[in-house]
Design a binder for this molecule. Structure first.
Ligand SMILES: Cc1cc2nc3c(=O)[nH]c(=O)nc-3n(C[C@H](O)[C@H](O)[C@H](O)COP(=O)(O)OP(=O)(O)OC[C@H]3O[C@@H](n4cnc5c(N)ncnc54)[C@H](O)[C@@H]3O)c2cc1C
Length: 467
C-alpha cells in the first residue's frame, strides 16, 4: 500500500478494533472467511484516509451495527477527504493561471445596486441610447389601445413604438392595457410578507461561498453573503405571525439584534399576458413568485433574451405580429407556472410543528404536476424526461436537490434503480460511481490552480477599493 512500517504500526490497533477481530487477528489471512476478509479490507482501506476511495457493495457486509459503522466512517471520510476538504474550506473557482473563473458551474451573488450602475455604464456606450432620470406619471393610448407616449413629471412626452414596462409591482403601463388580467398563485403560494435586513460582517469575517435558507415558524429565512454584508430576510404568511413576532423570531434565531428595512407586502401571481399590443412587461411587473430560489432575476433574464433574440424584428410591424406575441405570451405563462410548481415543491416536506406548516400540509393544495411527481416518486425515480427542458426551466437537477432535502426521494426505489443492468455496459451503480469518481478527480486536479475562497475575496475587495 506504499506505507512505511511505522505508519502501519501506528494504525494497527485502530484497524484491529474497527474490524472487530480481536482474538482472530493474528491468524493467517487465508484462514479468514470471506466476510471477515471484507471487514478487514474496509478497516484497512479507510484507516489510511485515502485521497480516493472506490467502494462498491462491500459496505453491505456484516451485521447491522458493522454496516452502520462502515457507512458512518465513509461519510466521515467524504467530509475529510481532499475533495470534501476544498468544499468545506471554501476553495474558490477563481483560477490563478488565467485570473478568471474556471469552468466549474456556479451561481453568483450579485449586488443589485452595483450591477444596475454597471448596466447603465455599458448601455450608455451605445450612441443610440440615452438616459432620462424622471418619474413617469402617465401614458397616452391611441384609439386601438396602443401606447403613443409616456408622460414625465415635468410634462415631457416620450414617443415610441414598443414600450417595456419594468416599473416593478406598480405595473405602470400594463395597468392601462385592455385585458391585463392578473392570475393569482396565492392558492398554492400563500406567503405574502418579507422582512429584509442587512448583517454587516465582523472584522476579519469572510462571506460564506453559498446562500443559506432555512424554515422558520411561519415561512423561511434567507442569507445571501455579498462582499461586505449579508442580505437577509424572513418571508412569512402574516396570518400566522405579526411583524414584531417575526423580528423577535429572527433575533432569537441569530442571537443578535437586527434593524429590518420596511416590510414588503406582496401577492404571488403573473400577468395573464405579459405582452399586450405594444406594451411588454418584464421583471416584477410581469410576475412575482417569492424570493425563494431567486427565480425573479433568472426569469427576467430569460424574458429579455426571449424577447430580444426571438421576437423583436427589425421593424415594428413585423415585431407586433399577433401570432408571435401570442406564442411569446404562451412561453412566458408556461415558464412562470412551471416555476410556481418548483417553488411549491419546497413546501411539501410535511412539517407539522407550527400552525403555519400544518396549514400548508393540510389545506394548501399542491399544483397537479407537484402532486403527480410526489406520487410517482414512491415507486419510480424521476428522470429529466419528466421535467420541462426549455431554456430557463427548472429541470430535474434543481428538483432533485429539493426533493432529496425534504425526504421525498424513496431510498428503496433509488437502490432498486441503481441495481439495473445496462446492456453491454455494467451495473448502473458502478457506472454512476465511476462517473462520480472521474468527475471528482478531474475537479480536484483543476482546483490545484485555484485561489482559496478567502484569497479570492481579498483580491476582489482590494480590486474594488482601487476603483
Ligand atoms: C424581499 C425580496 C427579496 C428578493 N430577493 C431576490 C433574490 O435574491 N434574487 C432575485 O433574483 N430576486 C429577488 N427578488 C426579486 C427582485 O426584487 C427582482 O428580481 C428585481 O428587483 C426585479 O426588478 P424589476 O426591475 O422588475 O423591478 P423593481 O426592482 O421593483 O424596479 C422597478 C423600478 O421601476 C421604478 N419605477 C416604478 N414606478 C415608476 C415611475 N412611475 N416612474 C419612474 N420609475 C418608476 C422603480 O423606482 C424601480 O426602480 C426579491 C424580491 C423581494 C421582494
Amino acid at each position: 500500500m506504499g506505507r512505511s512500517r511505522k505508519q502501519i504500526d501506528e494504525l494497527i490497533d485502530e484497524i484491529q478494533s474497527f474490524a472487530e477481530l480481536t482474538h482472530h487477528f493474528d491468524r493467517p489471512f487465508r484462514t479468514f472467511s470471506s466476510g471477515i476478509k471484507t471487514r478487514l479490507g474496509i478497516s484497512v482501506a479507510t484507516a489510511f484516509k485515502p485521497d480516493l476511495l472506490l467502494i462498491d457493495e462491500v459496505l453491505g457486509v456484516g451485521d447491522v451495527s458493522f454496516r452502520e459503522k462502515s457507512q458512518n466512517r465513509v461519510k466521515d471520510l467524504i467530509k475529510t477527504s481532499k475533495i470534501g476538504n476544498w468544499i468545506a474550506k471554501g476553495m474558490s473557482n477563481f483560477d490563478k493561471t488565467t485570473n478568471d473563473f474556471s469552468s466549474i458551474t456556479h451561481a453568483m451573488h450579485v449586488d443589485a445596486h452595483l450591477v444596475g450602475k454597471y448596466f447603465q455604464k455599458v448601455t450608455l456606450r451605445n450612441p443610440n441610447a440615452s438616459l432620462i432620470d424622471a418619474l413617469v406619471v402617465d401614458a397616452e393610448l391611441d384609439e386601438n389601445s396602443y401606447i403613443k407616449n409616456i408622460i414625465l413629471e415635468d410634462g415631457q412626452k416620450i414617443e415610441g413604438d414598443l414600450f417595456i414596462d419594468c416599473s416593478g409591482l406598480s405595473r405602470l403601463l400594463m395597468k392601462k392595457m385592455p385585458g391585463n388580467d392578473w392570475v393569482s398563485y396565492m392558492d398554492h403560494l400563500n406567503l405574502n410578507s418579507a422582512m429584509p435586513f442587512i448583517l454587516k460582517y465582523e472584522d476579519g469575517e469572510f462571506p460564506e461561498p453559498y446562500t443559506t435558507a432555512w424554515a422558520q415558524n411561519a415561512g423561511w429565512m434567507w442569507q445571501i453573503p455579498l462582499l461586505d454584508r449579508k442580505g437577509c430576510g424572513y418571508v412569512y404568511d402574516d396570518a400566522y405571525i405579526t411583524e414584531e413576532e417575526a423580528q423577535a423570531e429572527i433575533e432569537m434565531r441569530l442571537g443578535r439584534k437586527i434593524t429590518p428595512a420596511k416590510t414588503i407586502k406582496f401577492t404571488t401571481g403573473r400577468q395573464e399576458s405579459a405582452w399586450i399590443n405594444n406594451c411588454v412587461t418584464i421583471g416584477l411587473s410581469s410576475a412575482f413568485l417569492e424570493p425563494l430560489e431567486a427565480t425573479s432575476i433568472h426569469s427576467t433574464v430569460v424574458q429579455i433574451k426571449n424577447l430580444a433574440f426571438d421576437y423583436v424584428r427589425d421593424n415594428i410591424d413585423d415585431t407586433l405580429n399577433q401570432g408571435s406575441m401570442n406564442i411569446y405570451n404562451q412561453r412566458t405563462r408556461k415558464m412562470f407556472d412551471d416555476l410556481r410548481d418548483f417553488i411549491t415543491m419546497h413546501y411539501c416536506g410535511g412539517r407539522t410543528d407550527t400552525a403555519f406548516w400544518r396549514n400548508i400540509k393540510d389545506n394548501v393544495p399542491k399544483p397537479e404536476f407537484v402532486s403527480n411527481l410526489i406520487e410517482m416518486s414512491k415507486t419510480r425515480m424521476p428522470t429529466h424526461h419528466d421535467f420541462p427542458t426549455y431554456y430557463g426551466s427548472a429541470g430535474w437537477p434543481l428538483y432533485s436537490y429539493v426533493m432529496e432535502g425534504i425526504n421525498l426521494i424513496n431510498k428503496d426505489v433509488t437502490d432498486k434503480e441503481l441495481e439495473l443492468k445496462i446492456p453491454n455496459v455494467d451495473n448502473l451503480k458502478d457506472v454512476v460511481q465511476n462517473d462520480y469518481v472521474a468527475y471528482h478527480t478531474e475537479w480536484y486536479e483543476e482546483l490545484q490552480n485555484h485561489y482559496t475562497w478567502e484569497e479570492m475575496i481579498t483580491i476582489f475587495r482590494e480590486e474594488r477599493d482601487t476603483q
